[in-house]
Design a protein around this ligand. Sequence first.
Ligand SMILES: Cc1cc2nc3c(=O)[nH]c(=O)nc-3n(C[C@H](O)[C@H](O)[C@H](O)COP(=O)(O)OP(=O)(O)OC[C@H]3O[C@@H](n4cnc5c(N)ncnc54)[C@H](O)[C@@H]3O)c2cc1C
Length: 413
Amino acid sequence: MPEDRERPDALEAKPHVLIAGSGIGGLSAALFAARAGWRVTLVDREPALQEAGAGLQISPNAARLLAGIGVLDALDDIAVEPNGILVHRASDDRILTHARFGHRILAKFGAPFLVAHRADLQRALLDKVEAHVAITLKLGLALQEIHERPDIIEADFIAADGTAHRIGADLLVGADGLWSRARKLCGLPSPSRYSGKTAWRTLIPREEAPLFAREPDIHLWLGANAHLVHYPVRGGHEINVVAIIEDDWREEGWSAPGHPDVLASRFAGWHARARSLIAAAESWKRWALVDRAPETRWSRARMTLLGDAAHPMMPFLAQGASQAIEDAACLGSLIAGAGADPAALAAALSRYDRLRIPRTARIQKAALSQGRLYHASGLQARLRDTALSLLPGDAPLERFGWIYQHDARVPGA
Ligand SMILES: Cc1cc2nc3c(=O)[nH]c(=O)nc-3n(C[C@H](O)[C@H](O)[C@H](O)COP(=O)(O)OP(=O)(O)OC[C@H]3O[C@@H](n4cnc5c(N)ncnc54)[C@H](O)[C@@H]3O)c2cc1C
């Protein structure tokens, strides 16, 4: 039986962190903070955590951290370990390169490369959160305001029925995603940068998907001003398809409906196999791709940010969820020794900024240039395709080894 259950007063004695936002980053942060000896209150504005979204990639840098908090095992039957990545030329389905994963990933990075439905990762994290005696989850409360004093930070939340709730803590973590309120409260007003691209996602039942899309592989199709990514999720029972097109539509939210005819016309010049996959989808959800320029700080004396609230990024390296998990692990290891002591906490947060901002800024930049490469046309596209065909198959793994081999935990912090 955990120590806290034997001694009910032990929980109250722990330093207390309040996390606003229980997406992938907030749930992970709650588990890492609890492991670091903190009592956690985790709050989300949604009255129930929705089974929303579609596929996410969990690269080895995140998988090793999830293993450390016992979440990887829970994904065993439901996440898919792809055999590799195939890059197709959209016009004629020529395979430009094929990176094989298999034992190489584990041997090289010490952790697997997985793809999963966002809801399955959220469920696995949520199960651990709900079972943890030091974590309290409160749903249906939206962060509105903060009040900082030297010894405490208080946050005001508003419920759907208009009632106000104030929660005090030693530390506040803003994990409230792309359109973060916490970010504004933290004094970081840098504007959203709309990319002029939208992402469209759908899930196709395995038996309705074309045969080539059913294998446990990640497929990336490159065309002029658009690309397509697909892989199986949910233990292979569904195929996650994401199409990214140039489009200046701007609205907040992850799940606006998208009309299939728009995609069908945008992909009209593509090879029949890609078109058959797009045609197999019944409906699409879309969201506008947005990032922000990297900041020089995320933290104040008793407040910090993580995940999309801190460093929204383009999805072209599929690092959104993995970087939120890295933030959570890094922060957890840094606050482990700090407790509520103001000076120690401030030092831990400033170290968190120094460690995390350069890394996430580098990934934001790399994702932007990857997007330009994916959507190239004309001569640029021909040069890209030639280079891809000449490179050895494991070139993408080598090129992004600096992302995958990183361990965000800070030993002995
Ligand atoms: C509904 C939904 C669907 C998504 N679908 C996809 C997808 O299909 N593909 C993809 O690549 N990425 C998707 N994402 C984004 C992806 O999860 C993130 O980019 C990544 O995991 C980083 O996670 P995060 O925890 O920083 O942010 P998120 O996962 O976005 O979590 C933010 C959380 O904060 C909560 N929140 C927001 N404002 C407040 C507030 N004021 N007070 C309290 N709580 C607040 C939100 O309800 C949400 O639960 C989706 C996100 C959401 C919320």
